[in-house]
Each structure stands twice: as structure tokens, then as C-alpha cells.
Design a protein around this ligand. Structure first.
Ligand code: ADP
Length: 391
């Protein structure tokens, strides 16, 4: 049996999952995270059946390296499962990485040079890779990119109408949530074989939200562009915004780049618009008109973007809901489905309320689906494929 560790490192959390591999298929053995790094750090983990393995404050964890160290120390108390390979979620693969890659010095150097494209995420993704290389240089590591699934877009789709020199510097559309969309593309032939090869729109609706148009299981267009700020409104990000707003904030209101960054990443979206919460559950339970406005805006923008992506595909055969909101909220699914009615989508309210996989009526021209995503399993599979049988 082989063991693969999957790491998803952010600025305030370190998520990890351990997969045992038997007969070629990764099976989740541990799922955990160090949350609240530098504020109220807490280590939590459950086993494959969901039983708690650890749930404790880790007061000494002030930054990502100490989070890695504390997590490693806890791991060792489990009896020292040997780790055969580590797979990492890396937000940016730039214009060139169109598939996961085994990490060596040259790759790490190229990924470092992409940090200016995702300064809030890329350095955090790369830090545990470096640490693991120092601690145990013999364990192979694999980088899996959020951008890679979108690299098959036509060139005219991925450029902005800006001077060409800026494009050549890297200012262009990349798309994100690619590991989630790739997982959905892999699941589709199992759950909906009739439409899997057709024109499919997948909606990853979580704290971050985006939509991806796929044809034949390959990405064609995505609502996120240069950064993960674009497209749909999100928990705390505004989604598509007139760039003139940013100029106004800087020139007329005198906001600094750091203040605008904070506004756009942490204070906008459902949270900013409602003034209540970024959590859809809280907004659905509220009778405050501002909560209703935020939810109406969300559904409206989902409809507008779906229309644009359906145009990119020349029609629509299936629409997939996934991630925290998409998987768990029949109310939001119903609102979004209403906005797809003109494309021939017809929701089955009972199937939707029951959280069935297919939530459209048999007569619906668009198959509506709920498919829970699993980015970590996708990373484990990629890692396994790249280390081959050698490890
Ligand atoms: P991420 O992985 O990006 O943090 P998730 O995919 O876990 O995000 O989605 C988190 C969001 O899902 C929460 O902010 C919450 O609004 C939403 N969510 C989770 N469960 C429900 C539910 N039962 N009903 C509505 N929204 C939900």
C-alpha cells in the first residue's frame, strides 16, 4: 500500500488529506486542517469515517512554516505512516502549465516567477513544497494547478483587449477552480453519460464562485480571468466590476492599493452587499431586505454569466451545481435554475429538495445535476499518476 499526502496551503489555513492507495485507487484516510494561523490556530482532523482524531488549539502556530511543523509533529504521533508522495494545490500554473507536474528545482523556479500573478496565494502554496524538500528531499512532490484545466481555451478567449505587450507580460485570462472542474468532467460520464460529451456548464458555487463552460469534457471558457476576483459575485469578492470603480476608489477616495485589495477580497460580495454575512445560509434565514437583495443579485449574475457561457458553447445540454452552495442549497439551485428556463431547463422541485444527482424533469432540455466536487481526490490521482510505479 502507498500513501499520498495532499496539501492545500493558504494564508490562514493549511488543509491536508492523506490517501491510502490500494489497487490503484486512492482512498481517503485522514482529512484535516490547521485553521486561524496567526490568530486562533486550531488543528482538526478526522479519519476516513469522519471520527475526530484531533481538535485542539495550537497557540504556537504563528505562520505557515510553524503550521507545517505542528501538523507534521501531530502526524508523527499517529505511528509514522510513510508518505510516498505529496501532491500540492498550486493556484497558478501561468500560461504554460496545462497539466500537473513533478517538482524539481527548475519547476519550482518557474512557479516562483509566477508569484506576482497571484501574490496572495502562490507564495503560500510554494512554502510547504520548499519545507518538504528540506525535510525529506527523497519524497516526490507534484504541483496541481487551478489554472491548468483552462489552458485549452482558444487564444481569442483568453486575451483582454489591451495592448499586446501587456498580454505578453502575462496580463490575460487564466481561469481558476480548474481542479474542481476537472473532477466534474471525470465524474460526468459516470453520472450522466448521455450529456457528458456535450455542452456542459459547471457552476462551482462556494465561498469563491465561478462557472466553466466545457465541451467534450474540456474547458472552453470560465468566468474567472486574470485573478479569482472576476465573474460571479462571491462570499466576500464582488465578481465582475467596472475597472472604473477601482480608478475612482484610488483617484477620488484616495484609497491605497492595500485598502482596495482588502475591499475586493474581504469586504465585498454577499458580505458587503448585504452588510450581514458572506454565508448564504445566514442570508436565506434572514428577513432583512438587504439579505434578499444580495441573494437576488447573486442569482441574477449567475443567470447572466450562464447565458454568456451558453453562447460560448452554442447551446446547453447540462448544468452542474457543485461546491458548498451548489451542493447544499436547494433554494439557491432553484433560483439559478429559474434563470436557465429560457434555455429549456426545467427543475424537478422534489428531486432538488432531496438533493438528488439529477434534479431536472425528464422533459427538461437541459439536464440539471448536483455533483459534489473533490479537488483533493483529483490531486491524489494526479500525484499517483506522475509518481508512477516507481515509488
Ligand atoms: P470554500 O471551500 O471555497 O471555502 P465551500 O465550497 O466549502 O467553500 O463553500 C462554503 C460556502 O458554502 C459557505 O460560505 C456557505 O455560504 C455555503 N453553504 C454551505 N452549506 C450551505 C447550505 N446548507 N446552504 C446554503 N449555503 C451553504
Amino acid at each position: 500500500m502507498r500513501t499520498i499526502l495532499v496539501i492545500n496551503a493558504g494564508s490562514s489555513s493549511l488543509k491536508f488529506q492523506l490517501f491510502d492507495v490500494e489497487s490503484g485507487a486512492p482512498r481517503r484516510a485522514i482529512r484535516g486542517q490547521m485553521d486561524g494561523i496567526g490568530v486562533h490556530p486550531r488543528l482538526k482532523a478526522t479519519d476516513g469515517a469522519g471520527a475526530t482524531l484531533v481538535d485542539r488549539a495550537e497557540t504556537a502556530v504563528l505562520d505557515l512554516p510553524s503550521a507545517v511543523e505542528a501538523t507534521r509533529a501531530w502526524f508523527q504521533t499517529l505511528g509514522g505512516a510513510r508518505i510516498d508522495a505529496i501532491g500540492h494545490r498550486v493556484v497558478h500554473g501561468g500560461p504554460d502549465f496545462d497539466h500537473p507536474v513533478l517538482i524539481d528545482d527548475a519547476v519550482l523556479d518557474r512557479l516562483d516567477r509566477l508569484s506576482p500573478l497571484a501574490p496572495l496565494h502562490q507564495p503560500n502554496n510554494l512554502a510547504p513544497i520548499r519545507l518538504a524538500r528540506e525535510i525529506n528531499p527523497d519524497v516526490p512532490q507534484v504541483a496541481c494547478f487551478d489554472t491548468a484545466f483552462h489552458r485549452g481555451h482558444p487564444a481569442f478567449a483568453d486575451c483582454y483587449a489591451l495592448p499586446r505587450a501587456l498580454h505578453d507580460e502575462g496580463i490575460r485570462r487564466y481561469g481558476f477552480h480548474g481542479l474542481s472542474y476537472e473532477y466534474i468532467a471525470h465524474r460526468l460520464p459516470e453520472v450522466a453519460p448521455k450529456v457528458a460529451g456535450g455542452r456542459v456548464l459547471a457552476a462551482h458555487l462556494g465561498s469563491g464562485a465561478s462557472m466553466c463552460a466545457m465541451r467534450g469534457g474540456r474547458g472552453v471558457e470560465c468566468t474567472m480571468g486574470f485573478t479569482a476576483l472576476d465573474g460571479l459575485p462571491m462570499g466576500t469578492r464582488p465578481g465582475q466590476l467596472d475597472p472604473g470603480v477601482v480608478l475612482h476608489l484610488i483617484e477620488e477616495k484616495g484609497m491605497t492599493a492595500a485598502e482596495v485589495t482588502r475591499l475586493l477580497y474581504h469586504e465585498a460580495g454577499l458580505k458587503g452587499l448585504s452588510g450581514i454575512s458572506n454565508d448564504v445560509r445566514v442570508l436565506l434565514a434572514s428577513d432583512d431586505p438587504a439579505a434578499a437583495l444580495a441573494l437576488d443579485h447573486f442569482a441574477w449574475r449567475c443567470g447572466l454569466h450562464a447565458g454568456g457561457l451558453a453562447a460560448a458553447l452554442g447551446g446547453l445540454d447540462a448544468f452542474v451545481f457543485t461546491a458548498g452552495i451548489g451542493e447544499n442549497s436547494p433554494a439557491v439551485r432553484a433560483r439559478v435554475a429559474e434563470r436557465l428556463a429560457w434555455l429549456g431547463a426545467e427543475l424537478d422541485p422534489d428531486a432538488n429538495a432531496a438533493g438528488a444527482t439529477v434534479i431536472s424533469t425528464p422533459a427538461s432540455r437541459v439536464t440539471l445535476l448536483v455533483i459534489p466536487t473533490d479537488e483533493e481526490l483529483m490531486i491524489a490521482r494526479h500525484t499517483l499518476a506522475l509518481i508512477g510505479t516507481a515509488a
